[in-house]
Design a protein around this ligand. Structure first.
Ligand code: CTP
Length: 187
């Protein structure tokens, strides 16, 4: 059913360097994005998976573009969107990045360091203009409270066609598990 369609999927976390040996990230495993990419490929789509550091094996079939930071993932998504019929943004990009990256390892001194953080770029928002007219844009929302209200706001703010809502506090849902329970909200 997806023969002739180009599908772009993102997966996994991204990493933002603090110094050459440390980073800020999150608990994303990449399972969801890898599963979606494999499913689209099995249905005949030409699939590009844009992946941060995965805790699972990448899928066989889709082309895999490896990225590290949120800015790198944004660049890869922007490049891929021009030819994409669908984007499934299953990745969990890091939302914060250290304002200054130390060029050498931060040593344990007399006082613990204080990190000043900046926002990273919002990939779905910042790549809106690269979307092909008529393409289908699917986002995810990971929430712990006021789940549907927050998801509806993301559907609007990020100009999505569909949002997949996860409640991270539900047993069997959230990070790194083999099961999930979601609500789909469409535009
Ligand atoms: N997303 C994105 N760029 C980011 C962060 C998230 O494009 N820098 C995408 C995610 O891939 C997901 C959707 O936006 O498809 C919602 O991600 P989520 O983490 O639930 O929301 P945030 O936008 O990060 O907002 P908040 O952390 O405040 O809930």
């Amino acid at each position: 059913p997806l023969t002739g369609k180009r599908v772009v999927v993102t997966a996994g976390p991204t990493r933002e360097a603090i110094d050459p040996v440390r980073f800020i990230s999150n608990h994303s495993s990449g399972k969801m994005g890898v599963a979606v990419a494999a499913a689209a490929w099995r249905r005949g789509a030409d699939v590009e998976l844009i992946a941060g550091p995965l805790l699972v094996e990448p899928p066989v079939g889709p082309r895999v573009t490896h990225v590290e930071t949120t800015a790198e993932m944004a660049d890869a998504v922007r490049r891929a969107l021009g030819a994409a019929d669908a984007l499934v943004m299953a990745a969990a990009p890091a939302d914060f990045t250290p304002a200054h990256v130390a060029t050498s390892k931060i040593k344990k001194g007399a006082t613990a360091p204080t990190l000043t953080l900046d926002f990273t770029v919002d990939i779905l928002v910042s790549t809106r203009s690269a979307r092909r007219p008529g393409s289908v844009i699917v986002g995810f929302a990971l929430e712990t409270n006021d789940v549907l209200a927050h998801a509806r706001a993301k559907l609007d703010d990020k100009e999505l066609d569909l949002i997949v809502v996860n409640d991270a506090t539900e047993p069997g849902a959230g990070f790194g598990v083999d099961t999930n329970r979601v609500t789909l909200l469409d535009r």
